[in-house]
Design a protein around this ligand. Structure first.
Ligand SMILES: NC(=O)c1ccc[n+]([C@@H]2O[C@H](COP(=O)([O-])OP(=O)(O)OC[C@H]3O[C@@H](n4cnc5c(N)ncnc54)[C@H](O)[C@@H]3O)[C@@H](O)[C@H]2O)c1
Length: 442
């Protein structure tokens, strides 16, 4: 009966959707639901985000600012920093962070805090969907007991599912709307309801038999990337060692095979909130079963070693110049963890900067059109505009993130030495500029 009522409310779009955590994942989802005719309420502990949403101001690149402003104006979308509205919500999505601790163990405290916030006013007929990436069994072993601690029973009084997020910030081709999503409910009714709620904003929901399968599936997706990136990062280092083999050309030619191969690219390391962290989430669970995820952990370590490798490339090149490292003017281009985004979480570029500072490089500046300022090693840096004068005065320009707005012709024309970790300068005329590409020692 409760299930039918909720189904009906979702189908008629009279259901109110709550989104806990208005970050890169949560805000776009809240906007999608509101745009589809639902009333969406975001909850975030960050008062600045709440105030921004309520004043119709967007802070996530992938969200259309005009759409957000219009939805707020029409009272389809609002935000708050407390959990007092929980009982007025029909569907509650949890999109809070899942970082790791200093010792690289999972930190699900944000999920637990959000769940406790929900449990205080959980009522019959509500559907809770955990979307934060996490280790297998989080939903059933950690979230469910808190919700059932209210005395309500899952599958009967309320519904619970895990459905991992697949958003790829900066990706213009695949967005929330056209990327299928996997859904695993605690009971069959939970899966059905979560699929229905999901399909209101996503092209297709793919039901699986349990939250555990969905949790593991998400880790497989991200670890698949981690392992394959590690493979090409290792090959890039080997190409550098051998000399005369360009890893980028190797990958482009391998790509011509129409089956059984998928290209991944080397770089200065992995950043962001997913691919770097997820191998450690799985390794932690595996250890509880006396299982060492050797292969997966080795891949993570290989990727984490890349900023150190890039730092050594830079030191080697500067050692060939008539300037000491302390005095060398080093310009870092791109500080976000990947192209065309403003997210700097765990960015390898920041790590490269930090390592250079630790080596006593004292003349570092950076440019990033998406990131106006950053803090590295307790030092504040402001993005400097790229000018001819800046480039020609730099002893070493390092391309750490290949934003598409960069004019690489101009960069090469005015620089003397470019360390390119992304192959952004492929095929361009070098002129007087020396280019050193990761994975292509000539
Ligand atoms: N960013 C991505 O591209 C991406 C893609 C797929 C999956 N994910 C996963 O989605 C989850 C969220 O990632 P994100 O990038 O959106 O993180 P984020 O840091 O951008 O956003 C999380 C938000 O949750 C808020 N928050 C923290 N604790 C809270 C609480 N108790 N109550 C209410 N709000 C709270 C924070 O203030 C923040 O605004 C993570 O598990 C991540 O691994 C992220």
């Amino acid at each position: 009966m409760l299930q039918m009522t909720l189904k009906d409310r979702i189908r008629k779009k009279s259901a109110t959707i709550g989104v806990i955590g208005l970050g890169y994942v949560g805000l776009p989802l809240a906007v999608e639901y509101a745009a589809k005719g639902f009333r969406a309420v975001g909850i975030d502990v960050d008062q600045r985000k709440v105030d921004s949403v309520n004043s119709g101001e967007n802070y996530i690149d992938d969200v259309d600012s005009e759409v957000l402003a219009e939805l707020v104006k029409r009272s389809r979308l609002s935000a708050r920093s407390d959990y007092e509205c929980i009982s007025s919500l029909d569907v509650i999505l949890i999109t809070v962070p899942t970082p790791f601790t200093k010792s690289k163990e999972p930190d699900i405290s944000y999920i637990l805090a959000a769940t406790e916030g929900i449990a205080k006013s959980l009522r019959t007929g509500q559907l809770v969907i955990l979307k934060s990436t996490t280790f297998p069994n989080t939903t059933e072993a950690h979230v469910l007991p808190i919700l059932e601690g209210t005395g309500l029973k899952v599958g009967k009084d309320f519904f619970l599912a895990f459905s991992p997020e697949r958003i790829d910030p900066g990706n213009k081709k695949f967005t929330t709307a056209n990327t299928p999503v996997v859904v695993g409910g605690v009971t069959k009714a939970c899966t059905e309801l979560a699929c229905l709620a999901t399909e209101q904003v996503v092209s297709k929901a793919i039901p699986v038999s349990s939250p555990k399968v969905a949790e593991m599936e998400k880790l497989l997706e991200n670890i698949f990337r981690s392992v394959n990136i590690a493979l090409v990062n290792e090959l890039a280092q080997l190409c550098d060692r051998i000399g005369g083999i360009d890893i980028w050309e190797v990958i482009e030619s391998a790509k011509t095979k129409p089956f059984g191969y998928m290209p991944f690219y080397p770089g200065p390391g992995i950043g962001g909130h997913c691919i770097l962290i997820d191998p450690y989430y799985l390794a932690w669970v595996a250890r509880q079963y006396d299982f060492q995820t050797k292969f997966i952990t080795l891949a993570a370590e290989t990727n984490e070693n890349m900023p150190f490798y890039v730092k050594n490339m830079i030191l080697r090149e500067i050692s060939l110049l008539p300037v000491s490292l302390t005095d060398a003017k080093i310009l870092i281009l791109g500080i976000a963890f990947k192209r065309d985004v403003d997210d700097t979480r765990h960015s390898p570029a920041l790590k490269v900067m930090e390592l250079l500072l630790q080596e006593n490089a004292r003349n570092i500046s950076y440019n990033d059109p998406h990131v106006p300022s950053v803090e590295v090693d307790s030092q504040r840096f402001e993005s400097v505009p790229i000018t001819k004068a800046l480039l020609s005065s730099a002893d070493c320009v390092v391309i750490t993130t290949d934003h598409s707005s960069y004019d690489y012709h101009m960069i090469l024309r005015h620089s003397r030495l470019v360390v390119d970790t992304r192959n952004a300068t492929r095929g361009l005329q070098t002129g007087a500029c020396r280019i050193v590409r990761l994975g292509n020692r000539v």
